[in-house]
Design a protein around this ligand. Structure first.
Ligand code: ATP
Ligand code: MG
Length: 567
């Protein structure tokens, strides 16, 4: 491709509304453009990267025995009603009606559709397992679209589905996908961790997320320094030591004027923080629900919502009005003496703590020497805590550390959730009907474009790994009116193209400085500069990641790049 003929609208300045480096660089390098919030176009250069990411993913899916398909994005409401997700998916789902008022959604994912697709034709154990995938556009009306194509409302996903006879088959399919994902992300040179994930809206038993490590990532992962334990912060088990000593003392009300936050209460009472317990109130349809946790820790909302069996769009922080309705008082909330039959979820540790201090549900008062069982009870007792740096590893004596990252892939064991609700069963060897065991496997194809840039850039621009680079070689022609330079550039362009490289030639009538800046920005790995020594068949060569310029004879350059390619 010749740059003089290419549509490559680069920007000199950082775009104002771009929030993280990858977003800025993809806009500046003329790879993507925003249409409206969370809706993006891939321009020619960005599209080439997208295609390479797709190609790697496709090759590894095919190698793992999956067959590619293409289902429509538009899906009928009835399918989603059967699985129960028409309502539970919530406002993230784009819904629409046709001219006859029939309802549809723009698929945010395709579990229902794939199940429905094959269930009437796959009837016998002899036809299982089935492994299918697609690379297709997904629609999710995200609450906070941001970071460019990382959290978009229209994006490209590779979604794969496995259908097996039993748990053992599902486990095997899961393992095969796990290994395929390792290959996919290794080939893209991604620095990633595999962590246990929360199954959330998917349902099912087991899930893992592939997280590209990045400071700017929205996801937090916890991993052990001495075992294999690694999980998202939503999922990570919290193990903490509790002081269970002491006999229950007489309950006592204490006057704490204007002392509200847990820090203020601690300072005011001069008590060790470990005696303080905080109570948080949320509301579902105007009804309060309570979470009671140790005062020095944070609530894990995902664990709390899962324990309640609600999705995050169904629940919110309680208003003062709702708090008062339960006979409580904002700032002085506690689990003792609530008026009404409300759900009170208590962190397991709180049930073992002795003589704790809680809000008195009365303005300017707290109570001390409160004990679980004697003074209040729980609807549910569970681990409700958010993991912290330095927490104990649940699997060893080691510690957990936290890192940030971007989820680029996700694998789920779905079990029989969809086969049951959509009535997909098969006849086993004995002619008996059995449920099909499913798995679902996603790769964020368009998100990967940005995740890779997050991990590969410097102050001058993007540094594409060779496997996904839009072009592998850029030839910079310094003087487009110098015969020797033009001739050598053309020769090299033809040679490397013939040898199967993706070559870009900067033959524009621009100053060399402009050409150098642009090639830094768009991040092509191998750089050949054809300049004053062209008549001697000598060019300058450098690598985007190292930037060390060397003068090199073209024959040596040819053999070096060829041997690199064949490695
Ligand atoms: P997240 O926690 O980031 O919202 P998710 O758990 O909703 O992701 P899945 O439903 O598992 O995501 O989708 C599979 C993959 O699709 C994800 O691993 C991610 O890489 C990608 N993906 C999900 N949502 C988006 C989005 N809004 N924009 C771009 N890619 C996305
Ligand atoms: Mg999501």
């Amino acid at each position: 491709m010749r740059l003089s003929q290419m549509y490559l609208p680069t920007l000199r300045e950082d775009p104002k509304d771009a929030d993280i480096e990858s977003h800025k660089l993809l806009l500046r390098a003329g790879m993507i453009r925003m249409n409206v919030s969370g809706i993006y176009t891939f321009l020619p250069l960005g599209f080439r990267v997208l295609k390479k990411i797709e190609k790697i993913t496709r090759e590894e899916m095919d190698r793992a025995g999956y067959q590619e398909t293409l289902l429509s994005a538009i899906q009928p409401k009835e399918l989603w009603e059967k699985s129960g997700r028409w309502d539970t998916f919530g406002p993230e789902m784009f819904k629409l009606k046709d001219r006859n008022d029939r309802e549809f959604c723009l698929g945010p994912t395709h579990e229902e559709y794939f199940t429905d697709l094959i269930k009437d034709e796959v009837k016998s154990y002899k036809q299982l397992p089935v492994h299918l995938y697609q690379i297709q556009t997904k629609y999710r009306d995200e609450k906070r679209p941001r970071f460019g194509v990382i959290r978009a409302r229209e994006f490209i996903m590779k979604d794969g589905y496995s259908f097996d006879k039993d748990v053992a088959g599902m486990d095997e399919s899961y393992k095969v996908m796990w290994e395929a994902y390792e290959k996919i992300f290794d080939r893209m040179n991604i620095d990633y961790k595999i962590v246990e994930g929360d199954s959330g809206a998917m349902g099912g038993s087991d899930s893992h997320e592939f997280i590209a490590i990045a400071e700017s990532g929205e996801g937090v992962i916890a991993y052990s320094d001495s075992s294999d334990y690694a999980a998202t912060d939503e999922k990570a088990k919290v193990v903490i030591e509790i002081d269970e000593s002491g006999d229950p003392l007489e309950i006592e009300e204490i006057h704490t004027p204007d002392v509200k936050s847990i820090e203020e209460v601690g300072d005011f009472l001069g008590e060790g923080r470990e005696k303080l317990v905080k109570t948080l109130v949320y509301e579902i349809d105007g009804e309060p629900v309570f979470a009671v946790i140790p005062g020095n820790r944070e609530l894990n909302e995902t664990k709390f919502f899962n324990a309640l069996g609600v999705s995050d769009f169904e629940i919110e922080i309680a208003s003062d009005e709702t708090i008062k309705k339960a006979g409580s008082e904002p700032g002085f909330i506690g689990p003792v003496g609530l008026e009404g039959d409300y759900k009170v979820l208590v962190d397991e540790r709180v049930t073992r703590m002795k003589n704790i201090i809680v809000g008195a549900n009365k303005k300017d008062y707290h109570i001390k020497n409160v004990n679980y069982g004697r003074d209040f009870e729980a609807t549910v007792i569970d681990d409700l805590l958010l993991v912290e740096e330095g927490d104990k590893d649940p699997l060893s004596d080691g510690k957990l550390h936290l890192d940030r990252g971007i989820e680029v892939g996700n694998i789920f064991k779905l079990g029989t959730k969809y086969s049951k609700s959509l009535e997909f069963s098969y006849l086993d060897e004995n002619g008996k009907a059995q449920d099909v065991y499913m798995g679902s496997y996603g790769v964020g194809i368009s998100r990967l474009v940005a995740a890779i840039v997050e991990q590969n850039h410097d102050e001058d621009g993007i540094i594409w790994p060779i496997s996904v680079a839009p072009f592998e070689i850029i030839i910079t022609l310094i003087k487009e009116n110098d015969k020797d330079q033009v001739k050598l550039s053309e020769e090299l362009y033809e040679y490397f193209t013939e040898e199967g490289f993706d070559v870009l030639m900067d033959d524009r009538k621009e100053r060399p400085g402009v050409k150098f800046k642009d090639r830094d920005l768009i991040g092509i790995p191998y750089r050949i500069t054809v300049g004053k020594r062209a008549s001697e068949a000598i060019v300058e060569f450098s690598n985007r990641s190292e930037k060390i310029n060397e003068e090199i004879d073209i024959n040596e350059l040819k053999s070096r790049l060829l041997s690199d390619k064949n490695k």
